[in-house]
Ligand binder design. Sequence first.
Ligand code: GLA
Length: 664
Amino acid sequence: MSETGLFSRVHFGGDYNPEQWDSSVWREDARVMRDASVDMATVGVFSWAAVERVEGVFDFAWLDEALALLHEASVRVDLATGTASPPNWACAAYPDILPVDASGVPYRPGSRQHFSPSSESYRRLAAAFVRKLVERYRDHPAVALWHVNNEYACHVPYDYSDAAARRFRQWLRARYGDLDVVNALWNTAFWSQRYASFDEIIPPRRTPYSHNPGLLLDFRRFTSDVTLELFIMERDIIRGAGATQPVTTNFMDAYPALDYWRWAREVDIVSNDNYSDPRDPDAARHAAFGRDLMRSLKPARPWILMEQAANTVSWRPNNARKSPGEMSAWSEQAVARGAGAILFFQWRQSVAGSEKFHSAMLPHAGPDTATFREISAYGARCAARTPVATGPAEVALLIDWENWWALNQPDHPAALDYERILRDWYEATHRAHVQLDFAHPSHDLSAYQLVIAPALYLLDERASANIARFVANGGVLATTSFTDVVDQHDRFRPGGFARGLGVVFGAAPIDFWGVADADAAPILQQGECIGRARGLREELRLDGAVVTAAFDDGAPAIVEHGFGDGSSIHVAAQLDRSAIAVVLDRALALAGVRPVLPALPEQVEAIRTASGVTLINQSAAAVEVAVADERITIEPYRWREFVERFPSADDQPRAAPLDARTTR
Ligand code: GLA
């Protein structure tokens, strides 16, 4: 894989859809792109029907001309394979292309993303199209990157078609081999669900009542895998045809249907789309979550912010504008987190079609607009810099898609929203100006001082041993209720709960129940209410842990315990924002982790980079900050970079643990 000069600067640009325009507009595009310092364009995301007019009949002339123009204008092309929106001729001739919903109703053409990942016809036609495209453009001097499909699983995350049923059975055979194993693991003895043949197994279509949890979990795994097969199919066609440019596909932050840890292994470059809502007061924190997740998926390599909006989107019921400077400040937080390209949907605003009110880099009203001026100014900044490496983090927040799939199933003591819980903990660390990485429970955690693992309900033995080892070797672990409850098959382990981590917690839950927000129990620490329980409480049986906070009924709410050279804090509930802040504070003190810089206002974002610190004012008011004895004003939505080396957190003393230690 050659990187064709990629990341020689921070690239700047966006989706470019020349097929929506008369070719006379393309020259103007190339000229105005130069004014905006655009040097990268994603071309062809929805061009399948414009190129393959009917099956086997290709019109590449317009694409040849558009790519030549872009090349002339020194714009690198991220060439998309266009397979996210199959042409009408394909759907008419091969209706098995269409995905099917849980009630058995097919989705129809007329929008986009109407393909079943399991459909043989879709795979055959997509493969043939990609082959033609790559054979034509593999050596094109403008093509710097291949962009497979688009936002896989976005509108149709789950397909329940007959084709999906057939592939699901194959997937189960490959995973378990024997039907008796499937029956045993899914406990099909319950409700007379026993399968006498693999052919009886169907996707979790509409049923009178709850599905078997084992089947649901495996169907989620299958869906992520079968969708990934499509990416791999196209990527291997690209490589097989001799193309040497890297291959990507655009992710969507923490998207529930696809296990991006597994996906990240297959892409050459991670890329991401982010559309935080400017109306949300925590929008920049939401965006930061996605950016930290992306850089964590493939550490130490530049990633690409593939799409964001220059200003408004068009798909919320009410689409707020970005404040002046906000687009730049959100872009800057991506650059400080290692993004090597800042791209947008889309270059020129469409004149018709579903997204005609979506903002673009070049608005319909032309370059004499605030949006274009801000775009050009930020483009010039990107042109003048190279990608930065993000500095090391001492805190890891664990995210595991398999846990997500198991946790978000029905029939639990309370419905917990894993993404919401992760975001609450992420945002608390962001508010505390502490840098974090995302990690998987089975990753090497030895570089971290603190690991936060909220609601890690499904935990296999390898991962729980890994986490226990991290604590035994001196790490601090912070967990919340409903952690280490089931194995990888969503089954209780014999002998109770927290069978792997109970020894680390010095306590184990013996019962779980739901708490409604209206009667959420206060959590009391030395008589002070530090916040409230949320969602799901558990009753703990103590085995060595020290109780540091109790619910108002006197039951243990927060326990601390030493294990080996490290310690754990376990909370017997999910928490509101104020309780999270208190628990986090204690965990950071135990781990000896301190903020990137002390005493920063909440609205200032702090990122440690390899060369110093970037501070971004993510608010509409100027702020004053103290940096190394100097008081500095940062204007609204502006940033400051400090290249000095600040003291690292290594020399930070740790708070004393509370109890006698359990030795390994
Ligand atoms: C997604 C798609 C784009 C466009 C934008 C609009 O990210 O990939 O094609 O529809 O949303 O916000």
